[in-house]
Design a protein around this ligand. Structure first.
Ligand SMILES: *Cc1c(COP(=O)(O)O)cnc(C)c1O
Length: 434
C-alpha cells in the first residue's frame, strides 16, 4: 500500500462525510486502486503528504500550477489582496487588468467575462452562442471534456444516429438530444454534418488540444477544416482552452495552430491556483450577454479580488520570463529522457507530448488522435506503474487516461528522477495493490 497511516485515517474520516471521500471523482484513486494520499503542503514541485512523505508532483493540481506550488510572487499577491478584502460584489482593479491581459494575449478576443470555474465558462459560452445565433443544437467531440454542465455530459449515440445520450445519470435525455457528438479527426463526418444541419447548430465546442482522454493531438488540417466549415455554416467555433490557455503559448492552442475561434474558454492557469474560469470572444457575440443583451449570466464571486490577483500575478510572471521557451525546452527534455525508457518497456508504451503537456500512453502503434483509437487495456498496467512510481516519490495522475503537467519549477534534476523511477518501475515487478 502506498498511503501511510495518516492518509488512511484521514480518508476514513473523509469517506464518512464526503461521497467517496473526495470533492472530484478522479481523486478517489478508483482507476488505480489503493487509498488516496492526503497532502498538507506543496512547495515548487514538491508535495508533502500528512505522513511526511515527499513526492515530485507531475499533476500540478491538473494544470493550474504552471509556476509550481506556492510561488513566492503569487503568494505575495494573494496576501496583499486578502489584506484589502476578498470580495466586493462590484468591479475591481485586478479583474479589469486581468481581462485586459487576457484580451491582449489571445487571438481575436475582444471581450471576456469571468466565472468561478471552467465548467461555468463552457456552459456560459454555449449559452451566449445559442443566444447570438438563435440556434439550439451544439456539437462536441467524443473524448473531449468541457466540465460537468448537463448538455456537455453527453456521449456519442450508436450507429448512424449522432445525437448524444447522457454520459451521467441525472442528465435528461431531452438535454442530451440537443448535443451532437462527433469523432475527433474525422473531417468527412464533421463536414457532412455541418453542411447538412449547420443552420440548426449554434456552436461546435472542442478542446483544440484534447487533454482529458489521454492526449489526442489533432492534425492541423482537421482544425483548419473545422474552422472553415463552421464559418461557412454560421456556426460559432468555441475553443475550450481551460487546459491549453496560457500553457501552450500566451495565445493558447489558437496561437499554436494559427486558428482563431469565435469564442474561447479559460480556467485553471488564469486563476493562479484559485477557482476561476472565463469565456470571451468577439464583441459582436459578447454584446448578447446581460446587461447589454438578453443572454443571462452571473456569479456572486465572479471576478473576486483574490482569484483575480492570483491570476494576474501568474500571467505577469509568464509574460516576463520567456516562459513558453522554457516550458517547451522542459517538455523536449522530458521527451528525450522518457522516450528511450518507454521504448524499452516490456509492453508497448510511448510518450505523447505537446509543450509542457504529456501523456504516458500504454499502447503501441501511432499515437491515437481520436477517443475511438485509445486502447481500453491500459488500466491494469498503469495501475501497477502508478503505484511503483509513487513508492519512488513520483506523483503521476491517478488514471491511465489523464495527462501530466510540467511547470516552470520542474528542473532537469526532477526530470532525471522521473526517468530513473520510470526505468525501475517498468522493470521491477512491484507488488500489486489490492
Ligand atoms: C478542467 C476542464 C474544464 C472544467 O473546469 P473546472 O474548473 O474543473 O470546472 C473544462 N474544460 C476543460 C478542457 C478542462 O480541462
Amino acid at each position: 500500500m502506498s498511503a501511510g497511516v495518516g492518509s488512511t485515517a484521514w480518508m476514513e474520516r473523509a469517506q464518512r462525510v464526503i461521497p467517496g471521500g473526495v470533492s472530484s471523482p478522479v481523486r478517489a484513486f478508483g482507476a488505480v486502486g489503493g487509498t488516496p494520499l492526503v497532502y498538507r503542503r506543496g512547495t515548487g514541485v514538491d508535495l508533502e503528504d500528512v505522513d511526511g512523505n515527499h513526492y515530485i508532483d507531475f499533476v500540478c493540481s491538473w494544470g493550474p500550477l504552471i509556476l509550481g506550488h506556492a510561488h513566492p510572487e503569487v503568494r505575495e499577491a494573494i496576501h496583499a489582496a486578502v489584506d484589502r478584502g476578498t470580495t466586493f460584489g462590484a468591479p475591481g482593479e485586478a479583474e479589469i487588468e486581468l481581462a485586459e491581459l487576457i484580451v491582449a494575449s489571445y487571438p481575436g478576443l475582444e471581450q471576456v467575462r469571468f466565472t468561478s470555474s471552467g465548467t461555468e465558462a463552457t456552459m456560459s459560452a454555449i449559452r451566449v452562442a445559442r443566444g447570438a445565433t438563435g440556434r439550439d443544437k451544439i456539437v462536441k467531440f467524443a473524448g473531449c471534456y468541457h466540465g460537468h454542465a448537463d448538455h456537455l455530459l453527453v456521449a456519442a449515440g450508436s450507429g448512424l444516429v449522432t445525437f448524444g445520450h447522457p454520459s451521467s445519470a441525472g442528465v435528461p435525455d431531452a438535454f442530451a438530444a440537443e448535443t451532437i457528438v462527433l469523432p475527433l479527426d474525422d473531417t468527412q463526418r464533421m463536414t457532412e454534418l455541418l453542411r447538412r444541419e449547420g443552420d440548426r447548430i449554434a456552436a461546435v465546442i472542442i478542446e483544440p488540444v484534447p487533454a482529458n482522454n489521454g492526449l489526442l493531438l489533432q492534425r492541423p488540417e482537421f482544425l483548419a477544416a473545422l474552422r472553415a466549415e463552421t464559418q461557412r455554416a454560421g456556426t460559432l467555433l468555441i475553443f475550450d482552452e481551460v487546459i491549453s490557455g496560457f500553457r501552450l503559448a500566451r495565445g493558447g492552442a489558437a496561437e499554436r495552430y494559427g486558428i482563431t475561434p469565435d469564442l474561447a474558454t479559460f480556467g485553471k492557469i488564469i486563476g493562479g491556483g484559485l477557482p476561476v474560469g472565463a469565456f470571451g470572444g468577439r464583441r459582436d457575440i459578447m454584446r448578447h450577454l446581460a446587461p447589454l443583451g438578453p443572454v443571462y449570466q452571473a456569479g456572486t464571486l465572479s471576478g473576486n479580488a483574490v482569484a483575480m490577483a492570483a491570476g494576474l500575478a501568474t500571467l505577469r510572471i509568464l509574460g516576463r520570463e520567456d516562459a513558453y521557451t522554457k516550458l517547451e525546452a522542459a517538455g523536449a527534455a522530458l521527451g528525450a529522457a522518457l522516450g528511450p525508457v518507454l521504448a524499452g518497456a516490456p509492453f508497448p508504451a510511448q510518450l505523447v507530448r505537446m509543450g509542457s503537456l504529456f501523456w504516458v500512453c500504454l499502447q503501441g502503434g501511432a499515437a491515437p488522435r481520436a477517443a475511438e483509437a485509445v486502447s481500453s487495456d491500459a488500466g491494469p498496467l498503469y495501475r501497477r506503474l502508478f503505484h511503483a512510481m509513487l513508492r519512488r516519490g513520483i506523483a503521476m495522475a491517478p488514471s491511465a487516461y489523464e495527462v501530466g503537467f510540467l511547470s516552470l519549477a520542474h528542473e532537469p534534476a526532477h526530470l532525471g528522477r522521473l526517468r530513473d523511477a520510470l526505468q525501475e518501475s517498468l522493470h521491477t515487478p512491484d507488488v500489486d495493490v489490492a
